[in-house]
Design a protein around this ligand. Structure first.
Ligand SMILES: Cc1cc2nc3c(=O)[nH]c(=O)nc-3n(C[C@H](O)[C@H](O)[C@H](O)COP(=O)(O)O)c2cc1C
Length: 195
């Protein structure tokens, strides 16, 4: 499948931090392969609720979206139109940052469940889920990766990740030429290696 559009959701509050640096390098690589990229700052989205309230009203809608009409539901619409969805996050206590988790939970509305038949439909099937993450230490990125990989498998999405341990405090990564090469290469892969 030819990748045309990548949606990147950043879960860091740091405009010039390690997550932003990795996203910029990744986009540089992807753009070099002619892929359109769009970056969303999860923490800046105007959201009426935090995460999913489990109202399940989305299940009664014809379309795939959350009934809460806010900027998160616009992001959900963008996910449907993208070939690749990237979650980029710093490691926070061995997990994703809160803005990322809040959006992920709203993705419940991108499924239509048939509990009796034990099946579901989703427009995410066949797309690719990418995780880009960094951590100060070299412990915990595997724990962070697990829910993303499980979600991709469950949803019928392909999965790829770029995990950067020992990234230092915010802003340090900018000087790391080895990771720069790796991240640009990872972005280029979106246009070269079949997903
Ligand atoms: C609230 C908070 C929790 C963190 N938890 C961890 C952690 O569990 N393990 C770790 O190695 N680094 C941890 N870090 C460090 C960041 O994950 C790391 O510096 C990351 O590269 C920062 O990315 P950013 O510049 O985009 O914010 C934490 C930092 C903060 C502010």
């Amino acid at each position: 499948m030819k990748i045309k559009k990548i949606l990147i959701i950043s879960g860091s509050h740091k405009k010039d931090g390690n997550t932003a640096t990795l996203i910029n390098w990744f986009c540089e690589g992807a753009k070099a392969k002619g892929i359109k990229t769009e970056i969303i700052q999860a923490a800046s989205l105007k959201s009426k609720i935090l995460g999913c309230t489990s109202c399940r009203k989305c299940q009664k809608l014809k379309e795939y979206n959350c009934i809460i009409n806010d900027e998160v539901s616009l992001v959900l619409k963008k996910m449907i139109k993208s070939d690749v969805i990237v979650f980029a996050t710093p490691l926070y206590f061995f997990a994703a940052s809160a803005p990322i988790k809040a959006i992920m939970d709203r993705m419940f509305s991108l499924y239509k469940w048939d509990n009796e038949a034990d099946t579901f439909e989703t427009p995410l099937r066949g797309k690719t889920l990418v995780l880009i993450a960094s951590a100060y230490e070299d412990v915990g990125l595997d724990a962070l990766e697990k829910p993303f990989k499980l979600t991709a498998d469950y949803t019928g999405m392909k999965f790829k990740s770029l995990l950067v341990p020992n990234a230092g405090v915010s802003g340090t990564l900018k000087k790391n030429v080895k990771v720069k090469k790796q991240a640009i290469g990872f972005g280029k892969e979106m246009g070269t290696k079949p997903l």
